[in-house]
Ligand binder design. Structure first.
Ligand SMILES: Cc1ncc(COP(=O)(O)O)c(C=O)c1O
Length: 411
């Protein structure tokens, strides 16, 4: 029995069935490579869903975690610790907001949950009914009840309906609809500037500008969810930094601590002061170990100039993907920014392409039926980019051959 089969049998018994069966099982990682129980080396162009941006087992993160784990692991937020305060200071610095305040949480959903509560409190201070949120179709904001409701994917709501009903969704590319949806009852517009789970789908500038203007006009807050796009994934530290709007609140998580569970809700201006003692809390937020890991990530990105490296790798990867579009009948386009890219396909065969890549020990993911997502580490080497492109070309050819209409023999 393979390691995967053995683990799956045990998981079926004891792990709640919220996930489909595992597609592989890994025991170790190093840089851009994961190793399975049989010793196979897999090239990881997914980074655990855009998380391990410095690659697996990065020594700076490993050392920071080990040292902090031997020093102080947890105190709760009844007490102050240096790593939490230092991380909040660093996040304020990297986002460039003098007046920023930060709420530290455990993941993307809990960062967004804090942002939504903050916006509701800010809205209610104006009038009691100012609690509604406008969000975009196709968005993904998390699986807690509030963030699930904000998520613009109705199928995910169905098993839990009725939800509270405080979110209005509009198409991701319709500035007019967004303006019309924001009213005196709206406390926030919540959006991703590139929808990650929605298929690496950029939200157009005019929608971002409409969101900013509508929020300003109605005293609402613009919340930008950078859980997937933040910390260099799309080029700049935060994706909004190369777009024409400045949000009031930004949330980050995934890549912030390179795999340790963390989230952060960063606010400026009035939003920075909206939450007061007793309004919101969490036992694990600001945990010294995860905060030290996050500080190591931020230090490493700066020290090693990883934003610049990632831009160069992105150019190479995009050029290679465009070459695939020119040569493969299945590949039709490339979208996304930096190292958050989607390869558009001519047919809903992204699952087949993902599986064909897996057979070749390459990890990518079918984020939509017709879009394959690539989110490699910012540290990926040129050679690894070329290796991934060659494997992807091979996988596309295999899927194209399997799906092209077969010529039947004359009877
Ligand atoms: C944009 C965005 N927001 C929020 C989340 C939820 O994050 P988590 O799974 O850490 O709760 C995700 C996860 O994919 C995401 O991509």
């Amino acid at each position: 029995m393979s390691h995967l089969d053995e683990l799956q049998t045990r998981a079926d018994q004891r792990i709640m069935h919220t996930y489909p069966p595992g597609k592989a099982a890994f025991v170790r990682g190093q840089g851009s490579v994961l190793f399975d129980g049989e010793g196979n080396a897999w090239l990881d162009l997914l980074c655990g869903l855009a998380v391990t941006s410095l690659g697996h087992a990065h020594p700076a993160v490993a050392d920071a975690v080990a040292e902090q784990a031997r020093t102080l692991v947890h105190t709760s937020n009844l007490y102050l610790t240096e790593p939490a305060v230092e991380l909040a200071e660093r996040l304020a610095e990297v986002i460039g907001w003098d007046d920023a305040t930060v709420f530290l949480s455990q993941c993307g959903a809990t960062a967004n949950e804090a942002a939504i509560k903050l916006a509701r409190k800010h809205g209610k201070a104006q009038h009691d009914g100012k609690v509604r949120v406008v969000a975009l179709d196709g968005s993904f904001h998390g699986r807690t009840l509030a963030t699930l409701e904000a998520t613009g994917q109705p199928a995910k709501h169905v098993p839990f309906a009725p939800l509270a009903g405080f979110v209005d969704h509009v198409p991701h590319d319709d500035a007019v609809a967004l303006r019309a949806a924001v009213t005196e009852e709206t406390c926030a517009v919540l959006l991703e500037v590139i929808q990650g789970e929605g298929g690496v789908r950029p939200v157009p500038d005019d929608v971002l500008l409409a969101a900013r203007e509508a929020c300003d006009e109605h005293g609402a807050l613009l919340l930008v969810d950078e859980v997937q796009t933040g910390i260099g994934r799309t080029g700049p530290m935060f994706a909004f930094q190369e777009r024409p709007v400045v949000p009031d609140v930004v949330t980050v998580a995934k890549a912030l601590a390179n795999g340790l569970p963390i989230g952060a809700c960063i606010a400026r201006g009035e939003a920075a002061k909206a939450l007061e003692p007793g309004d919101h809390a969490t036992t694990f937020g600001g945990n010294p170990v995860t905060c030290r890991a996050a500080l190591a990530v931020l230090d490493t990105i700066e020290r090693e100039g990883l934003l610049a490296t990632a831009r160069t790798r992105s150019e190479r990867l995009v050029a290679g993907l465009e070459e695939l579009v020119a040569t493969s009948p299945l590949a039709t386009g490339v979208r996304g920014r930096g190292l958050l890219l989607g390869l558009e396909l001519a047919a809903p065969v992204a699952g087949d392409v993902e599986a064909a890549c897996r057979e070749r020990f390459l990890l990518v993911n079918a984020v939509r039926p017709d879009v394959v997502r690539l989110a490699p580490p910012l540290t990926i080497s040129r050679g690894e980019v070329d290796q991934a492109l060659a494997t992807l070309a091979d996988a596309l050819a295999a899927v194209a051959a399997a799906t092209s209409p077969t010529t039947s023999e004359p009877s």
